[in-house]
Design a protein around this ligand. Structure first.
Ligand code: BTN
Length: 231
């Protein structure tokens, strides 16, 4: 098990930025972020003091770029498995409950380390996002302890990360992810973010052994998937 060392601030610009000064095993948390960052230059909006905003630093131990590309999925699986609700994983980096987002992951490579940034709606979400967000409190019907959830996720992240480091994105990890795959079997439109091509549309066949999304026989390595009728 990783012995995590927590560094907490009441206010941060972004815990992923705080983590730039960290070493493997350090975890940076905050009650509030003034400029929380999401994937694809999105902002991560949260509610002061109500939610989990955390960035964990892990060492890559010479993992190849192809292997590193699967880490956001592994982090998502670690979060989903740690929660008391039956959540899904929406490729590449979200944890959803039914048709709404519960948590997001932003992994950023820094030299020999990766910063795993996790934003989870524990007791609230911004009102402006109510059509597409949910929280643990809303699902479970009572307030949840941010600290208990932080610790459950860190324990789970430790075992998922170590399994991934030793055995890679293997069948066992892929089976856990496949069981929670939100997109598989749905008709999706995926905007690719690593080139300017038209969105790929078709039925999603799941996640491949390299972490790419399979849609209509094509592999998609970076993008954002939309499902008709879901915001
Ligand atoms: C996404 O859904 O696009 C990823 C969101 C990641 C948000 C978390 S909150 C803690 C950490 N610090 C940040 O600035 N971002 C991540």
């Amino acid at each position: 098990m990783i012995k995590w060392k927590i560094h907490h601030k009441k206010e941060s610009v972004s815990t992923n930025l705080d983590a730039l000064a960290g070493k493997s095993g350090d975890v940076f948390t905050a009650d509030y972020q003034s400029a929380g960052r999401g994937r694809l230059d999105h902002k991560w909006e949260s509610v002061k003091g109500e939610n989990l905003m955390m960035s964990a630093v892990v060492a890559l131990e010479e993992a190849s770029p192809e292997k590193v590309a699967t880490l956001p999925l592994v982090a998502g699986a670690a979060i989903a498995e740690a929660l008391k609700v039956d959540s899904s994983l929406k490729w590449p980096n979200d944890v959803w409950y039914k048709n709404k987002k519960l948590a997001g992951v932003l992994c950023e490579r820094r030299g020999d380390n990766v910063i795993i940034g996790i934003g989870l709606n524990v007791n609230a979400y911004p009102i402006a996002l109510k059509d597409r967000s949910t929280s643990l409190e809303e699902i479970l019907g009572e307030r949840q302890s941010v600290i208990e959830i932080r610790d459950a996720i860190l324990a789970s992240l430790s075992s998922f990360y170590q399994a991934w480091l030793i055995r890679g994105f293997d069948e066992h990890l892929r089976a856990i992810i496949a069981k929670r795959d939100y997109l598989r079997g749905k008709t999706v439109s995926v905007r690719q973010t690593d080139d300017d091509s038209e969105p790929i549309e078709g039925v999603c066949e799941g996640i491949a052994e390299d972490g790419s999304l399979l849609v209509g026989g094509k592999r998609i390595y970076a993008g954002e998937a939309h499902i008709e009728g879901v915001r």
